[in-house]
Write a protein that binds this ligand. Structure first.
Ligand code: BEZ
Length: 260
């Protein structure tokens, strides 16, 4: 499978209503990140990949000043509807210079496939002494789902068209990237976290897997999703009748050290 470097022509689309229906768990399960962030009253914080602002709002409620950025205009509008200042911005092009006390980023960095460019932008956005508190998909994340998608596409002889849309590093890889830029890694942990989904795995595929689904002719997509679901059922459909996604989180805190 090819790894993208930046842009792909089959872009995942984000719709705030679809996200709210199928992916509310993304912000709900990230609340421990707010504890790690420990937002101070008056801190200026960047939420990188703010989505619809559900998690961002918790930081606002803690008394910090927050600016959200996200590549999706639909998500940014939903975030603005919560009264949070936010702008459309690709994380590869962060346009800030030493203004933030902290950066919060949840479930966004793995969509940014040129990580060193993003790390550089985060460094520049932070004041010296500032911190990044983040969580992203880590090594092994959704490997069972990815295998089922790849095998279903291979049965249609479409395997060469797959452009892997995500970056799921292990601890050593991401630590090295951060340290190479000058960050001091205060905490890093790879956490397997099987995650109950609010609906069927096919809804998850619709919400997050468009770069795979779009390879299949539209009229065949429903059958394709059902075939993937059938393959996954034995491993990801639990005895309580819930679909579980095989998530692995890479959670970290990194500091831009004070200048000597
Ligand atoms: C994640 O949060 O780990 C994730 C969600 C959708 C697609 C890929 C990864």
């Amino acid at each position: 499978m090819e790894q993208t470097d930046g842009e792909s022509s089959l872009q995942q689309r984000w719709f705030a209503d679809r996200y709210a229906a199928n992916a509310r768990f993304v912000s709900d399960l990230a609340e421990p990140l707010i504890e790690n962030l420990a937002p101070g009253r008056g801190d200026l914080i960047l939420d990188l990949g703010c989505g619809d602002g559900a998690l961002t709002k918790l930081v606002v409620d803690a008394g910090a000043r927050v600016i959200g950025v996200d590549a999706s205009i639909d998500q940014v509008m939903a975030c603005q509807n919560r009264g949070i200042p936010s702008a459309v911005m690709d994380g590869h092009n962060l346009a800030f210079n030493e203004v933030f006390d902290a950066i919060l980023t949840n479930a966004a960095l793995h969509w940014m496939t040129s990580p060193d460019v993003v790390i550089d932008g985060m460094w520049n956005a932070l004041k010296s002494g500032g911190r990044v508190v983040g969580e992203m998909g880590g090594d092994g994340n959704i490997s069972r789902i990815t295998r089922a998608l790849t095998e279903a596409l291979t049965r249609r002889n479409l395997q060469d068209k797959i452009i892997f849309p995500w970056f799921f590093p292990d601890e050593a890889d991401y630590r090295q990237r951060l340290e190479t830029r000058g960050f001091v890694v205060d905490y890093m942990e790879l956490i397997p976290r099987p995650t109950p989904l609010p609906g069927a795995i096919t809804a998850w595929l619709d919400t997050f897997g468009e770069q795979f689904l779009f390879l299949v002719p539209e009229l065949e997509r429903t059958a394709f999703k059902e075939e993937v679901a059938e393959d996954l059922e034995a491993d990801l459909f639990d005895p309580h009748g819930r679909w579980m996604a095989d998530y692995v989180r890479l959670r970290f805190t990194a500091i831009r050290p004070e200048e000597a």
